[in-house]
Ligand binder design. Sequence first.
Ligand code: TYC
Length: 102
Amino acid sequence: MSQRAPDTQVVVKEKTETKKPKLYRVLLLNDDYTTMEFVVFVLETVFHKSIEEATALMWRIHQTGSGVCGVFAYEIAEMKVATVEAMARHHEFPLKCLMEEE
Ligand code: TYC
């Protein structure tokens, strides 16, 4: 039996900790062999960029060495990377795509 006075109560304050899911940047890396047209195509189809956005981003990657194509939850980022690598392999381009934590 409890030793507390009969008119006391224990109040358990529940802490609802909603953990924010980590986000991951998906990047494309520049190389000397993948065609500009193919990179633009990838950015349009996999990352849903407009032709203008895709073209500008492709040039940025070409000039700086890499560029962020989007930020996603882990499973989505993984799928984007796998899709890009599969498309690149299919076309025999060495295009590299990777993900990193935000
Ligand atoms: N540098 C490539 C070329 O001159 C174009 C390119 C751009 C390749 C972006 C990869 O992620 C890339 N054909």
